[in-house]
Design a protein around this ligand. Structure first.
Ligand code: RNT
Ligand code: ZN
Length: 412
């Protein structure tokens, strides 16, 4: 243990904060790392370009081109991130060895991923992929075409079964998140009919009860997407109502709201009505751009909301960003490390002092405290956490990434 850490512990103790207890609590908070940062959301179907309003910009060399490479990169990335981790997969990461339609996917198509999760001792999460497909060009679960809707309903059902299989095999609950790109480029005349179809499609998908021990279902709202500027059928109101009435999870993506609207403010409201929620921690820059998560005010506010109210079992934290303009391992690990950093920072808040100041109406002290916290020796605690987890800290992370780039990525 370093001198710096010992001194940091004393600083926090002076404010009534037990650093060891904070670290122990952080050890129990899983973050689901998204597989799709490694290959620009390409997947292995070779179905052509990404669509559904999603856009990955940048052409930094070294993108994982197949499952082997992607797993190799993930294994490397996991060595750079401290804390309890999960891996979030999308259906397009199936290994089918020949064409298998998405509505016919089965657990066997994810056997290598399951083996990988076991090897890494991490849980899995899952997502139906309702975009980047010829049948997704004109709506999926909201489509007016019953055949198209049926296809996507079947796909989502298949995904829930795969997820439940993961959950059972790993003895670790899988969260399956449904996001669809459906919406309208220009002002629709009828916003109700597609939403009614979406509600019915979701009911059909969820009709079969699955043991919540193995799988939990989530639905992800959005404000708008490229090509769906005027209306997105799966809006926040739609899914909030749906999740509350069906008792499933609501997924809040940080990039899916008006630019000044923040998901940190929604957590305490949503959890008054829902048992659990899912987060897609992302960073929108002017739009839902999915930039690498930075340790900014909103990330801290998200983490603090979770920690202050002891919501860590009810808020499932997932990451959702994709940047192809820098080394993908750097993007991945910088964003992921920031999530854990923000959680640790939240765990080191002097809860009692803050609550006392607020409850006694001493808002000056509350503000002073909140601001002073920012210059406490947090870095020493973070470094200690990285050391204890056997992962590098500071620019040593970059050294590892550069080594891997030289040895592996540059050969692609
Ligand atoms: C899209 C949603 C969705 C996707 C991933 C790949 O706007 O955020 O969660 O980013 O499923
Ligand atoms: Zn998302």
């Amino acid at each position: 243990m370093s001198k710096c850490f010992e001194m940091a512990k004393e600083c926090y103790a002076a404010l009534g904060v037990d650093v060891e207890a904070a670290i122990a609590r952080l050890d129990e908070i899983p973050v689901s790392l998204h597989c799709w940062q490694g290959d620009d959301v390409a997947g292995f179907e070779n179905s052509g370009s990404l669509d559904g309003g999603l856009a990955v910009t940048g052409n930094y060399p070294g993108r994982a081109r197949n499952a082997e490479e992607l797993r190799g990169d993930i294994a490397e990335m996991l060595k750079l991130v401290p804390g309890k981790k999960r891996l979030n997969l999308h259906a397009i990461y199936a290994e089918t060895n020949g064409k298998v339609e998405r509505n016919e996917l089965e657990p066997c198509h994810f056997a290598n991923w399951l083996a990988f999760a076991k090897e890494q001792n991490i849980g899995l999460d899952f997502n139906p992929t309702c975009f980047a497909h010829p049948l997704a060009t004109n709506g999926t679960l909201t489509s007016a075409d019953a055949g198209v809707r049926k296809f996507w309903i079947e796909h989502a059902i298949a995904c829930r079964k795969i997820a439940a299989y993961f959950g059972k095999e790993l003895d670790n609950t899988c969260v399956t998140n449904i996001w669809i790109p459906d919406g309208s480029k220009d002002t629709p005349y009828d916003r109700l009919a597609p939403r009614k179809r979406l509600m019915e499609s979701l009911d059909a998908i969820l009709a079969e009860k699955i043991d919540p021990k193995y799988n939990l279902d989530a639905v992800e709202s959005k404000l708008f997407g490229i090509g769906a500027e005027s209306c997105t059928y799966g809006s926040n109101e739609f899914y909030m109502g749906y999740a509350v009435s069906r008792g499933i999870l609501l997924c809040l993506d940080a990039g899916h709201f008006h630019p000044t609207e923040v998901i940190s403010d929604k957590i305490s409201s949503a959890l008054l009505y829902l048992d659990d929620i899912l987060l897609h921690v992302s960073r929108g820059v002017r739009w839902d751009s999915d930039h690498v998560v930075c340790w900014d005010g909103e990330l801290q506010a998200i983490a603090s909301e979770i920690v202050r109210h002891g919501f860590e079992k009810r808020v499932h934290i997932g990451l959702d960003y994709f940047d192809a303009s820098i080394n993908r391992l750097a993007a991945w690990s910088i964003g992921a490390r920031n999530m854990y950093k923000a959680l640790l920072f939240a765990l080191l808040e002097p809860a009692k002092l803050l609550a006392d100041a607020e409850n006694s109406g001493d808002l000056s002290s509350r503000l002073m405290l909140m601001e002073e916290l920012k210059s406490l020796p947090f870095g020493a605690v973070w470094k200690e956490y990285c050391d204890r987890n056997g992962v590098p800290c500071g620019m040593a992370v970059m050294d590892k990434i550069k080594d891997y780039e030289k040895a592996v990525l540059s050969k692609r």
